[in-house]
Design a protein around this ligand. Structure first.
Ligand code: ADP
Ligand code: UDP
Length: 234
């Protein structure tokens, strides 16, 4: 499917239209941002690596009956996807405490949660993607009760699948963010990306951070960490 025009450029990806109105090309950029866009930089080769990681993970999820937007990888840094009507929501899953929850609830980084915590955020950059309750989601008509229930179930299944997938590769899936949308067939599908930009991964033996926290916290070795994740899942 040939690329037509750029329809959206975000912080980490570009979306292009194609001849088929239901199909888009999603291109991954090397640009990196953190802290709601306040910190900006570039991670060498990130676009190429995240395209490969996301491709692998979407194929894995599809093979386990999770509906996603993924169709095929079309170039080194781009994939063909189904166009979805996105919910203005970010779904965050936490298996281990890290990042914002440590400050918010005064929990030590590394605390393991007995069962996964699921949070919804309202996807609005101008507000800084704030935490949102189910009642507010309904009130703002961001999703209906049935959709929220399906998103919850899909998210927990994705977490169970990915947690095991990564543990078999000696990686802890600490937390991650998902985005969902509705496809032409009216089904709810997983969209966006799954990569070290959107997940926290720790080496299961050493707890070494192998994700965007290396960029956020200026830990160095950012490119190597992304490459390490790719090599472990390839
Ligand atoms: P942001 O918009 O937060 O800067 P990105 O740079 O990752 O983020 O941009 C990708 C955009 O594409 C996001 O707004 C995301 O919601 C949207 N998106 C992801 N998957 C799809 C899809 N299948 N169809 C339509 N839009 C999508
Ligand atoms: N996350 C993301 N995009 C966002 C917010 C969070 O991909 O806009 C991911 C983040 O990489 C981490 C998880 O969601 O894997 C939980 O993030 P957290 O709420 O701790 O926020 P952060 O510490 O990243 O500000």
């Amino acid at each position: 499917m040939g690329i037509e025009t750029l329809i959206y450029e975000g912080k980490a990806k570009k979306l292009f239209s194609t001849k088929d109105e239901n199909i888009l090309i999603q291109e991954f950029k090397d640009d990196a941002t953190a802290f709601n866009g306040q910190k900006k930089g570039q991670i060498l080769n990130k676009g190429v690596i995240n395209n490969q990681i996301s491709t692998r993970l979407y194929q894995y999820l599809e093979s386990h009956f999770i509906s996603t937007h993924f169709l095929k990888k079309v170039s080194y840094n781009a994939m063909e996807i189904r166009k979805l009507k996105m919910f203005k929501l970010e779904v965050i899953v936490r298996n281990i405490a890290a990042g914002s929850i440590c400050k918010r609830e005064n929990i030590a980084e590394g605390t393991v949660f007995p069962s996964p915590l699921l949070e919804f955020c309202y996807k609005d950059d101008s507000l800084g993607d704030p935490f949102i309750t189910t009642e507010e989601i309904l009130e703002k008509k961001l999703a209906n009760a049935k959709e929220i229930e399906i998103i919850r179930k899909m998210t927990l299944k994705i977490n169970a699948l990915l947690k095991d997938f990564f543990l078999r590769r000696n990686l802890k899936l600490v937390d991650f963010k998902l985005e969902f949308g509705i496809g032409k067939d009216k089904s709810i599908r997983l969209g966006d990306e799954i990569s070290p930009d959107t997940c926290r991964f720790w080496d299961a033996t050493t707890n070494e951070k192998l994700d965007k926290d290396r960029f956020r916290q200026d830990l160095g070795g950012v490119e190597n960490a992304y490459e390490e994740i790719l090599s472990r899942i390839s």
